[in-house]
Design a protein around this ligand. Structure first.
Ligand code: FRU
Length: 515
């Protein structure tokens, strides 16, 4: 551990007076990570992965481990997306920031942006944890958490650091790091203090940080800070705090305008049946910048699938509220680890409001990836039906059906004799479900969402080699899921006891997203 254990007299006096004093971080020799070493490793080893489940149009690392998206921003004419990355093994390790840039549909790989190579961003183990990005004075600034941890895990500390770039490719860490340390307050835990989200408002920079209270059990919360230069920060207030069972730690805050409201997204860790689970909630409200308090309504789930966590929210130059999440979750086992890689991003989504409900649709740019397509219109199916040209493990499937009252039906994806991921809809209850008990390797189970009563169901489904993202009714709900079937399980089968009226079914092939 490189934190100074013994405080100087002045610092000790300040602490005893309750004055916030930054503990110095030693300039002890950093570990041997660097962006050059990471890039060399990736280019040497990327061909060694097994690509049977590797995405063709979602962002993933060439090899190694990926978790949260980071620093989703627009700079110099393109979108930039970073992600938590450990290049050397398909498991979590000292965190780097991987980097791609593009137009939300097509992406280019860029060199690793950050490696944990300073005493303020690794300690013995730890790394460059999640954070945000913003443009200032023609430079792209990254603000990230330095997670400083001793080898035996007995000592942990989180500070916020800055790195900047003129070309949006090579980043330099600020000489002023760490730029922000945990405020010493009775209602703020000194341990968990991470995942900064930065934005500009009214001539100031604002930073939302994931945190928890000091109670036992603790309550998750978001802390708000203000700065004029991204390097000197002042604590403003606790912006929002969990109530009841809304999570004992809130990670990865996101903040953006949506319609005429503001949206705070948090990734709470929640205790359920004695287990820790990771969920994602959106809070709609208004931030009072003079008090730093975000007045908001009840949490709304952002995704109803198995695999979704730690999304990044950003305001596009055209005003759209965009979101990208991790298409995985700490609670799942990720069978692709045995193939030399682990973790991928969701497709980018547009969030909007409909009568106070958060709606999610695929980013419109994704239509530019559509290739050859097949469409069937105005027909009905009964029993088990397959349609010529409507099959595949990579593609976009659009379905528009009009079930009769109390009608149930199923759509099987990635199907073969032995495997199927089964979607079902029951018009009497409005319940839409995904069952992955027969989806191949990996965990099974069912996830469901109750839709508003309607005699019509519209599905927009994105299939990639090991993922299925399902958008329902033009944004009413979305379910993000990983599945690990055999490559040849690629049938799409419609199943209904009674005749089911179908307005339209289309299937498009999808082009690769990387050059
Ligand atoms: C969320 C998270 C963040 C942290 C990062 C570390 O998935 O735990 O809070 O910054 O992952 O990789």
């Amino acid at each position: 551990m490189r934190l100074k254990k013994v405080l100087g007299l002045t610092a000790a006096l300040m602490l005893s007076l309750g004055v916030s004093a930054a503990q110095p971080i030693d300039a002890a020799p950093p570990p041997s990570f660097s962006v050059e070493r990471a890039d060399r490793f990736l280019s040497r080893h990327k061909t060694e992965i097994d690509s049977r489940w590797y995405p063709s149009y979602h962002v993933a690392a060439p090899c190694g481990w990926v978790n949260d998206p980071n620093g989703f921003a627009h700079f110099d004419g393109r979108f930039h997306l970073f992600y938590q990355h450990y290049p050397y093994e398909p498991k979590w390790g000292p965190m780097h920031w991987g980097h791609v840039a593009g137009d939300l549909a097509h992406w280019t790989r860029l060199p690793v942006a950050l490696a944990p190579d300073r005493a303020y961003d690794i300690g013995d183990t730890g790394g460059c944890f999640s954070g945000g990005a913003i443009e200032k004075d023609g430079k792209l600034y990254l603000i990230y958490t330095g997670h400083i941890e001793s080898a035996d895990g007995s000592s942990k500390r989180e500070v916020q650091n800055v790195a900047f770039s003129r070309d949006g490719v090579r980043f330099e860490k600020s000489a002023k790091n760490p730029v922000l340390e945990v405020p010493r307050r009775a209602d703020v835990s000194s341990v968990d203090f991470r995942d900064p989200k930065v934005w500009e408002h009214d001539g100031s920079y604002w930073l939302a940080l994931g945190s928890k209270t000091n109670d036992s059990p603790s309550l998750g919360q978001v802390l708000l800070f203000q700065s004029s230069d991204l390097e000197r920060w002042q604590f403003k207030n606790v912006m929002a705090r969990a109530r009841g069972d809304q999570g004992f730690m809130w990670e990865c805050p996101g903040f953006a305008s949506i319609g005429d409201r503001e949206l705070l997204i948090v990734s709470p860790i929640v205790k359920r049946d004695g287990r820790e689970v990771h969920v994602v909630n959106g809070l709609l409200g208004e931030l009072d910048y003079s008090t730093g308090v975000f007045k908001h309504g009840e949490p709304q789930p952002i995704d109803h699938g198995f695999d979704f966590y730690a999304p990044q929210l950003m305001q596009a130059p055209d005003g759209r509220c965009l979101l990208i999440g991790w298409l995985d979750n700490w609670d799942n086992e990720m069978p692709e680890k045995s193939d030399g890689w682990a973790g991928m991003m969701t497709l980018p989504r547009e969030l909007s409001l409909n009568n106070g409900k958060i709606m999610s649709t695929p980013a419109r740019e994704l239509e530019s990836l559509r290739r050859f397509g097949v469409t069937y219109e105005n027909f009905s199916i009964e029993k088990e039906t397959k349609l010529d040209g409507i099959r595949g493990s990579i593609g976009e499937l659009l379905i528009d059906v009009e079930p009769e009252p109390n009608q149930k039906f199923e759509i099987k994806l990635r199907a073969s004799k032995s495997e199927a991921t089964v979607l079902s809809y029951d018009n009497s209850t409005g319940i839409f479900a995904i069952d992955r008990d027969r989806s191949g390797k990996g965990p099974g189970g069912t996830r469901e969402v109750k839709l508003a009563p309607s005699d019509r169901l519209k599905l927009r489904i994105f299939l990639d080699r090991s993922s299925i993202e399902i958008f329902l009714n033009d944004g009413e709900a979305v379910l993000s899921n990983r599945v690990y079937p055999k490559a040849k399980s690629d049938e799409i089968v419609f199943v209904s006891e009674r005749a089911l009226k179908i307005n339209r079914v289309s299937f498009y092939k999808i082009a690769d997203a990387f050059e």
